[in-house]
Design a protein around this ligand. Sequence first.
Ligand code: MBD
Ligand code: FE
Length: 298
Amino acid sequence: PSSKGRPQTPQYDPTITDKVIAATGPNAHPRLAQVMPSLVRHLHDFAREVNLTVAEWTAAVDMINECGKMSDDRRNETQLLCDIIGLESLVDEITSKMLATSMSETPSAILGPFYRQDAPLLSNGDSIVNLSPSVSWYEQAIADSAFLTGRVVSGRSGMPIKGAVVDVWHTAPNGLYEQQDESQPDMNMRGRFATDADGRYSLYALRPVAYPIPDDGPAGRLLAMLDRHPYRPGHIHFIVSAPGFRTLTTQVFDDRDEYITNDSVFAVKDELVVKFKPRDGDSKALWTLEYDFVLGPQ
Ligand code: MBD
Ligand code: FE
């Protein structure tokens, strides 16, 4: 083969991609120096692959700006945008694969945009449901009243963990978290429970209902333009923590739900699908759920 041909790679006119990557300095933050070249390469390749135009890029910038502008402590539109393209679920999967030490640990699920710190510290057997007979969803709250119990156990030893904190939250039967809804008192449907000497937690809550994620912003418009629905299957969120154990963020999903195979944010896992059973002889609940949380070592 001739050695006099043109060089295979341009020497004097590197691609924009190469220039951006080469611009990283020697004192760059190590993790950023590792991840940014990959991000730039994939983003540039994406733009080339779809022939991204200036008009389309401008629309995307406007969209991200709008997400930021409408976000506050009650609404996180940027996170919602990540959720509907599966990014929060993917990152959760990657993280749990990196950290999990055994198959027996309860699988994680995404935090979502509606967690609030400092939920009330309650006692086992207390209710997180604040029911006023004047709310439109009163009847449904009675029909879905549920006793939740189970143990927090160590994945390594199988022993119950005393003093683990079970932080729980879900929506009212109208499909709204309390911070989205003027008709609910502050911190409604939220609570933190410490496990007893047998590692057991117990509380009164509700069977969760399916509901649409907020779809009056950019995330909702994107769903509509993709001919997608905004619904999540009914779920209850948990963060389970104990000293010496890796904190578990997860959700359980009611198997009665029609959206269980069709979650708009892709968070359902088989092991997190639960069956509520009818409860006899308890004036406070028509249903029971028994669910154990298995924690991995820190
Ligand atoms: C939710 O209630 C939720 O849990 C997630 C992950 C995303 C949007 C709404
Ligand atoms: Fe949720």
